[in-house]
Design a protein around this ligand. Structure first.
Ligand code: NAP
Length: 283
């Protein structure tokens, strides 16, 4: 049993925290919108008034918030976790630069791993996330049993490497989605539709993605799992990290432009896969 502070119990964090609670860990929770922590408190977690209060006395602090501004808000200042934390597992998607900033905010003797996740709500619920871990291997071994409740941790390198790995993975996800949208738009534009169109796509490198998205495209229903605004944030992180590393990524920028355009049109709270519908346009 580990005393865990969970900071950020939104769609992903709430499900991950629930798994830890169900596995018998002692949990203190903080969420900006306190109501979202209530189901966890009813199930036995303790509600904290500030991120720092949640972290006080915890052996491990897990952060799972939207973006780097949110991570800074929960980490720094008199109410932040940095004032209290001993070991931090940063699991949000924030990119390597924010991980570096978090490290600078923590006391020098605090442990930190970046451990962002691949997989969505059902994987968070089932504990089958892929977890990309950056940082000290001995520290990972200490927290491995805890992370194993959430999924499969893979050590990918030093601090920041987990965040980097997540950007690489998400570039493929966002690029593929944008490309599938364009392929469908081109098919429609050239008069190809229905079964023949799907058959053509299924024999291409986009086959798995086409099969996965077909029901949503045909029904026009894109259930919310991962907000399009968060996907746009990830595309920005990819572009920024690539630019900092001197790497040209024009295809990533194109996917980013599609997401930004859809967000500006009011689709930011829809599931990111609805980007396909945005690209295809009204039919
Ligand atoms: N959904 C997915 O499929 C998925 C998969 C892999 C990774 N991720 C990543 O996981 C992270 C969480 O995603 P999610 O889907 O769980 O999003 P979400 O449901 O929108 O949750 C975001 C969390 O961040 C908090 N937050 C936002 N701004 C804040 C601020 N300024 N100060 C303090 N807290 C703040 C939110 O608090 P409130 O409740 O008060 O808004 C909420 O707890 C993101 O980095 C996302 O990119 C998501």
């Amino acid at each position: 049993m580990t005393r865990v502070a969970f900071v950020g119990v939104g769609a992903m964090g709430g499900r991950m925290a629930r798994r830890l609670l169900d596995a018998g860990h002692e949990l203190s929770v903080w969420n900006r919108t306190a109501a979202k922590a209530e189901p966890l408190v009813e199930a036995g977690a303790t509600a904290a008034a500030t991120p720092g209060e949640a972290a006080r006395g915890a052996e491990v602090v897990i952060t799972m918030v939207a973006d780097s501004a949110a991570l800074q808000a929960v980490s720094e200042g008199p109410e932040g976790i940095a004032a209290e934390a001993t070991t931090v597992l940063e699991m949000s998607t924030v990119g390597p630069a924010a991980v570096e900033q978090l490290q600078a905010a923590l006391p020098s003797d605090a442990g930190l791993l970046d451990a962002p996740v691949l997989g969505s709500l059902s994987e968070a619920e089932a504990g089958t996330l892929q977890i990309f871990v950056g940082g000290s291997e001995p520290l990972l071994e200490q927290v491995r049993p805890l992370l194993a409740e959430l999924g499969s941790p893979i050590h990918v390198g030093p601090l920041g490497a987990g965040a980097a790995a997540k950007l690489v993975a998400n570039l493929t996800l966002l690029g593929t989605l944008g490309l599938l949208g364009e392929a469908l738009a081109l098919a429609h534009g050239l008069g190809l539709a229905g079964e023949p169109m799907w058959e053509v796509l299924e024999g291409t490198p986009l086959g798995a993605q086409a099969e996965r998205r077909r029901a949503a495209v045909e029904s026009g229903e894109y259930p919310l799992r991962f907000a399009l605004g968060l996907a746009r944030k990830d595309a920005d992180l990819v572009a920024d990290a690539a630019s900092a590393a001197g790497v040209e990524v024009p295809l990533a920028r194109a996917a980013r432009d599609w997401l930004a355009e859809a967000e500006a049109a009011g689709w930011g709270e829809s599931d990111y896969s609805s980007l396909i519908a945005r690209i295809i346009g009204p039919r």
